[in-house]
Write a protein that binds this ligand. Sequence first.
Ligand code: NAD
Length: 247
Amino acid sequence: MSTNIIQIGNQERVFVLTGAGISAESGLPTFRDSDGLWSGHRVEDVATPEAWEANPELVWQFYSMRRRDAERCEPNPAHHALAALESQIGERFFLCTQNVDDLHERAGSHNLVHMHGELFSSRCEANCGEPVFSDRNLYESAAQIPACICGAQVRPHIVWFGECPLEMDRIMREIDRCSVMIVVGTSGNVHPAASFVHWARQRNLPATPRVRTYYVGPEPPLNAGAFTEVILGKAGEVLPNLFSVEP
Ligand code: NAD
């Protein structure tokens, strides 16, 4: 357990990036922990546009199972610590999560984006213009897969491997103006998220202070060398005692 403290000045802006590791203590397995298989499936078979084209029934069975698993979980002290930090510094806090679960929202975070989509939302596969909608249903057979009003199938609102992450303009704006970046529970393998720490360090805006970058997790990530400091420990144990906010 760490004794490090991150000081946050009263003008500072904090950018947080979270990955699967922050939800591990809530009972959701990370991708890395599952030996390259995701709940018994190869990623290529359930989390790519090609998988959807080949077998939408299997893809929906997989995401229905993930919906069921996530529904049973509760936010842990790490999610709560980030929500508490946001309630202290307000709009100077920005959270970007790679996670598709809704544990950050359930802990009380507001200013956040899900760059890889959301497990409890669905949308038209043809992007016909119908909005993304909130959806907690389970679709276990081909006959249950709903159709959009345009006639195309409804798909999970998930960014699959090979698709573009969401809200990148907003994320880049926030990286450009933060002075503290805190990355939690992500292995540094999946891009572009793994590059955020490099982008923060490389930016060169005359009016921006040097950014301090921290990683929190039980093992150093692949991009550990890019951080000002790597704080080793479980997110749920480290984050609740990590911040000191200047009034
Ligand atoms: P990853 O599985 O590649 O890496 C998980 C990281 O979490 C590892 O570095 C590990 O050391 C760390 N970790 C494990 N336990 C931790 C803890 N208690 N506290 C802090 N860190 C801990 O995950 P990734 O880098 O996020 O990338 C995989 C992709 O799969 C991402 O898109 C990710 O969001 C997605 N995914 C999402 C969920 C979810 O929504 N909960 C779950 C699995 C995978």
